[in-house]
Design a protein around this ligand. Structure first.
Ligand SMILES: [Zn+2]
Length: 477
């Protein structure tokens, strides 16, 4: 009895120490990202400005409105005109600069708050996180309450997949009832969309779809390989992810242009579903095969330490070993990437709405920085600069009704804007280092944006990220 008491005492003490340790680790990480709190940076509470002498790229058509004034009032674009007389607001002289809508990355995986600063520093003012966890609901709440400077933050719930085990990070559904209950509970908990994943069987997929219609919640689909690709063309499915999925499921790894045309025709007829390519994450396989030192590269310093430890290295080793076994793998991956460009060209020609997404946050695909590469690929596929920029602005904003108030520079739209030194309609790379970024009218200058990069560089928050990830496993299982 005495011994049992003693053991229990030790166990309770250990649990106590563990809980304290967890709280300290999470608390320290929260403290370190306080630089994003709105009351912590200069002029954090100001969201009204008058921008003068600026060249406006409204993104409503392929044009530049030269030498305009733009009045931002309380975070919203109020007026765009040749002359605006207004007192009591800070005037920003933007002579020779170009004002664009902020970019939207529609496929990201966020692991911590440092990454939000990296998106901003790259001109990304909206992200759609497609692997939801409880931590993302907390970020969303802080962003919506204007407590933290961040891109507008939208998140799906946890990925819904079938009973087959495909990694520990997915919610493995077994019955249609369970599928319906999850859709209802995710909506109640505040997730913006449902994310369907590749192992969903027809009965589970239909149950999710039915309930999503009843609950009026949009679906973002990573195509399921257990059902025909064409099953995904449904008005409830607002976007279908990953161009590489064409090659896998419907084409069965044969780069067959005739069969591809059949699917693209169906896609075009469906009209309601956008396509989110994530070309950069696939091309990064090729980059890993070509560069043995990619994990030590400078850009990797901006990746989450947790992802570097568990994902980037695993992916690198997998492809490195594949190359050692069969040297033709590099050429095969490159060929498939080129075929993805062809698919984008054909989708675009068929008037399928393409929305920019990167899959940033996993492997070696860096948050924020990778969007510029993604856009370059669309250009390489044959889109004009204007069409390319549409994918990350006006096209993206059309995807979900909750995003309709962004994506163009017009009166009444949210003041999510970037100021750049050159015309991105003639040179896409102009978008790379915006001199100023506005989110909901709050102004971030280049110095502040650079400091966000500096803070995120080589951060040491592996344990904090691990704890947040574990929280997800405990809550969802
Ligand atoms: Zn993804």
């Amino acid at each position: 009895m005495k011994l049992l008491k003693k053991i229990l005492k030790i166990v309770f003490a250990l649990i106590g120490v563990l809980i304290i340790a967890i709280l300290v680790i999470i608390g320290v990480d929260a403290q370190r990202t306080k630089y994003l709190n709105i009351d912590h940076f200069e002029n954090g509470d100001i969201n009204s400005y008058l921008i003068t002498h600026v060249n406006v790229i409204p993104m409503t058509q392929d044009t530049v409105l030269t030498d305009k004034m733009v009045y931002i009032k309380d975070g919203t674009i109020e007026t765009i005109a040749d002359n605006i007389n207004i007192d009591g607001v800070e005037v920003i002289d933007a002579k020779n600069k170009y004002l664009m809508p902020g970019l939207m990355d529609m496929h990201v995986h966020v692991w911590d708050r440092y990454e939000l600063g990296l998106y901003l520093s790259n001109g990304v003012t909206t992200v759609r996180n497609v692997w939801g966890m409880p931590m993302h609901l907390r970020i969303k709440e802080d962003v919506n309450k204007d407590e933290m400077i961040s891109p507008l933050f939208f998140t799906s719930g946890p990925k819904l997949t079938g009973p087959e085990f495909i990694g520990d990070d997915n919610l493995n559904l077994t019955t249609p009832e369970e599928a319906r209950d999850k859709v209802i509970s995710y909506k109640e908990r505040g997730y913006d969309f449902v994310k369907t994943y590749y192992g969903l069987t027809p009965d589970l997929f239909n149950a999710v779809l039915e309930q999503a219609k009843i609950s009026n919640v949009d679906i973002v689909a990573h195509p399921s390989q257990k059902i025909p690709y064409s099953y995904h063309f449904d008005p409830q499915l607002k976007s279908i992810e990953h161009t590489e999925e064409f090659v896998q499921q419907p084409l069965n790894y044969v780069l067959d242009t005739v069969k591809l045309k059949e699917i693209i025709d169906l896609y075009a007829n469906a009209k309601y579903s956008a396509h989110c390519p994530t070309l950069v994450v696939y091309n990064n396989i090729y980059q890993m095969l070509m560069d043995d030192n990619i994990l030590e590269s400078e850009s990797m310093q901006y990746m989450s330490p947790l992802i570097k430890k568990v994902d980037s290295k695993t992916q690198f080793d997998r492809w490195h070993n594949a190359k050692l076994e069969d040297s033709s793998v590099t050429e095969r991956i490159k060929k498939q990437h080129d075929f993805h460009l062809y698919i984008i060209k054909k989708l675009h020609e068929a008037n399928v709405r393409i929305i920019c997404g990167t899959d940033a946050g996993i492997g070696v695909t860096t948050p924020g920085f990778s969007i510029h590469q993604e856009l370059e690929f669309y250009k390489e596929a044959g889109l004009s600069n204007y069409e390319v920029l549409k994918t990350a602005t006006v096209n993206a904003a059309k995807t979900h009704s909750i995003m309709n108030n962004m994506g163009t520079i017009e009166g009444g739209k949210l003041a999510n804007l970037v100021l750049v030194g050159n015309n991105p309609l003639s040179d896409l790379s102009a978008m790379k280092h915006p001199s100023t970024v506005f989110v909901k009218g709050r102004k971030l200058d280049r110095k502040t944006l650079d400091s966000f990069e500096e803070k995120a560089k080589d951060r040491k928050n592996l344990l904090a990220s691990g704890i947040r990830y574990a929280e997800n496993l405990i809550i969802e299982k």
